[in-house]
Design a protein around this ligand. Structure first.
Ligand code: SAH
Length: 258
């Protein structure tokens, strides 16, 4: 396998930083009515839907476009998916901020910019088939589904897999979620036009490369646990893989062997 490093972004990115394990699962944010009933004022953390829409637009302009993500469909998807419905209620007021947030079980929902960057580098088009490893909250999968692609997502933590599955269904995103070890991909639906890995292994899992179509893209952070990793975009060309270095990131580790 030949690996060529073609480009480096000189920016260190915090994507999906490890967080302390959360022993209990707090309820996730649910639909916030635009008009609060007069008798019971909304809690301090709840904001009107219009306010979330405004915060989301601001997020896209100031965190994502400003850093060079320009694919119109990706920007539209980031504008459309209600990120606040994928965070724990205790972090509702930070849903559109420029950093990852804890989602329980020591895991995190990635920083919005990283979600947008990785999505852009997958170079998907409507109708493509995409595999995600690390469903987490389901947010990245929802952004992909918003682009009109067929999404398969694997999550190793059973509770997170179940919660993501339920949330995505409730919000109407066509995503298939399964609990399992994503190191081995999801052979049943292979080959994929693109594969995105949102937890970091210390080497590229060969089963994932094998499940890519010819010309398919794999976007994956690779590197040591508990430190910075490198985000790569690999493109499968025959038996070769072309690699583009997308810069430094910090993801939770890809765990195996459960
Ligand atoms: N994409 C997610 C964020 C992912 S955080 C979102 O949008 O919210 C990384 C996730 O990868 C965690 O939920 C973690 O449990 C999961 N993970 C870690 N190792 C894994 C493995 N081997 N297979 C599948 N999922 C894994």
């Amino acid at each position: 396998m030949r690996v060529l490093a073609l480009a480096t972004l000189a920016v260190a990115l915090v994507a999906c930083a490890p967080s302390a394990p959360t022993p209990t699962v707090a309820p996730l944010a649910s639909f916030t009515p635009t008009i609060a009933p007069l008798a019971s004022p909304p809690p301090a953390t709840a904001r009107a839907t219009d306010e979330y829409t405004r915060l989301r637009k601001e997020m896209v302009v100031s965190q994502i476009q400003s850093r060079g993500v320009s694919a119109t469909d990706v920007l539209q998807a980031m504008n459309a998916v209600p990120r606040h419905l994928f965070v724990l209620t205790e972090f509702l007021d930070q849903a559109y901020e420029d950093h990852p947030l804890p989602i329980g079980y020591g895991q995190t929902i990635s920083q919005p910019y990283i979600v947008a960057l990785m999505t852009e580098k997958l170079r998907v088009k409507r109708g493509d088939k995409v595999l995600e490893i690390g469903s987490g909250s389901g947010y990245q999968a929802a952004v992909l589904a918003q682009l009109g692609v067929e999404v398969y997502s694997v999550e190793i933590v059973p509770e997170l897999a179940q919660a993501a599955d339920e949330r995505l269904k409730r919000l109407g995103y066509a995503v298939s979620v399964k609990q399992g070890d994503g190191y081995y991909g999801w052979q049943e639906h292979a080959p994929y036009d693109a594969i995105i890995v949102t937890a970091a292994p210390d080497h590229v899992p060969q089963p994932l490369v094998k499940q890519l179509k010819e010309g398919g893209r794999l976007v994956i952070p690779v590197g040591p646990q508990g430190s910075f990793q490198t985000l790569w975009q690999f493109t499968r060309t025959g038996d070769d893989v072309k690699a583009v270095n997308l810069g430094g990131v910090a993801f939770v580790p890809l765990v195996t062997g459960r």
